[in-house]
Design a protein around this ligand. Structure first.
Ligand SMILES: [Zn+2]
Length: 365
């Protein structure tokens, strides 16, 4: 099956998350890969959902790993000009939800891995469910353990085939400030939870988040939401705030949580909603230098290191694989991800197959 046909087949599975319902798509991939000599292992993830580990030629060293997710974000409120699961081809583009993010990338590495003789150390494909809701599938796979022995990991998320050495981490925190309610005419009899939050947030905004990274820039903090109070004439006894922190390599999320906690009044609850560390591979790593040069030769992408603004399953897999060299490199266009009338360029799909094939042919443990 060629990459266009396979991407169209994957787009035809409705894997909008929630609920995800990735199992039929995973079973379809497992069928194709098993017929091509891969050993397939399904890792369940609740009703109608699962993840897939497919390996060929592994067991004698360290495999070249590829990863991609099969869930997609919802379609959005705006109407689509192209039916989102029809896989319409027009003017050199394949349209559909998930075409760019990231069924095109998954199809490209499946086609390359099925066609290439297994390299020394083998090839390992990690297909995940539930990435879009915070890498739930990747976490389930790591928890089910053990992952195959992998020596380097290619994450086929959209980069227009540029080899990208990493991305920031994400730490989303929910803070619940508790007060004591009272009549609004007698505030001295209560403890105002909104006031507690306001004072704490003023301190949190001045928090030192760590040193800037030469490529990613500085870590950041955004106060994303705030909610509290039921009516004007009561002292609110609850105020809930969410924070979106974006970290860079060298910043430990546990340290960040402790620093935030230290600025909160006693009794405030802190919950991590998303906790995904930054991912970064030294661009001078020989494997990455070669891959960046070869992918640039095929796609015309620049070789200068940049960081992606989104996060990926590598935040879970790379630490679980002892920090193996990791690159984000896929055919999709990051500007098209999550958009109405999402598409992937057919030329980029074919380039990605060639780049992945080259990476497999050059792979030495
Ligand atoms: Zn994605």
């Amino acid at each position: 099956m060629d990459v266009l046909e396979l991407t169209r087949r994957l787009i035809a599975f409705d894997t909008v998350n929630p609920p995800g319902a990735e199992r039929p798509a995973m079973e379809f991939c497992a069928g194709l890969l098993a017929a091509g000599g891969f050993e397939c292992r399904m890792i369940p993830q609740g009703s109608g959902r699962c993840n897939l580990i497919a390996t060929r030629g592994t067991g004698t060293g360290r495999a070249l790993g590829f990863t991609g997710h099969l869930d997609t974000v919802p379609l959005g409120a705006a109407p689509w000009a192209f039916a989102p699961h029809a896989g319409t081809v027009a003017e050199g583009r394949l349209y559909g939800r998930g075409s760019t993010d990231m069924k095109g990338g998954v199809a490209a590495f499946m086609v390359a891995a099925l066609a290439a003789p297994p390299p020394p150390g083998g090839v390992a494909l990690l297909l995940t469910a539930g990435e879009e809701t915070g890498s739930d599938g990747a976490r389930a796979m790591v928890a089910a353990g053990p992952l195959p022995q992998i020596g380097a990991l290619i994450v086929a998320e959209p980069t227009q085939n540029r080899a990208v050495p990493g991305h920031k981490g994400a730490l989303w925190l929910r803070l619940r400030f508790h007060g004591v309610t009272a009549h609004g005419s007698m505030p001295e009899r209560g403890v105002n939870a909104i006031s507690l939050a306001a004072h704490a947030l003023a301190r949190i905004e001045t928090l030192a988040l760590g040193a800037a990274h030469p490529v990613m820039g500085a870590p950041t903090l955004n106060i994303g939401t705030i909610a509290g109070g039921l009516n004007t004439n009561s002292v609110p006894d609850l105020c809930e705030v969410t924070l979106d922190l974006r970290s860079v390599p060298g910043v430990d999320h546990a340290d960040l949580i402790a620093a935030v906690r230290a600025l909160l009044p006693a009794g405030t609850e802190v919950d991590a909603l998303i906790d995904l560390p930054a991912v970064w591979t030294d661009p001078a790593t020989p494997w990455l230098v070669d891959l960046a040069r070869e992918s640039a030769a095929i796609s015309g992408a620049p070789t200068a290191p940049v960081a992606m603004s989104y996060f990926t399953d590598a935040s879970v897999f790379t630490p679980a694989l002892d920090g193996v060299p990791t690159v984000i490199l896929g055919p999709g266009d990051p500007a098209m991800a999550h958009k109405t009338d999402e598409y992937v360029s057919l030329a980029r799909l074919h380039e990605a197959v060639a780049i992945y094939r080259g990476a497999l042919d050059r792979w030495r443990v």
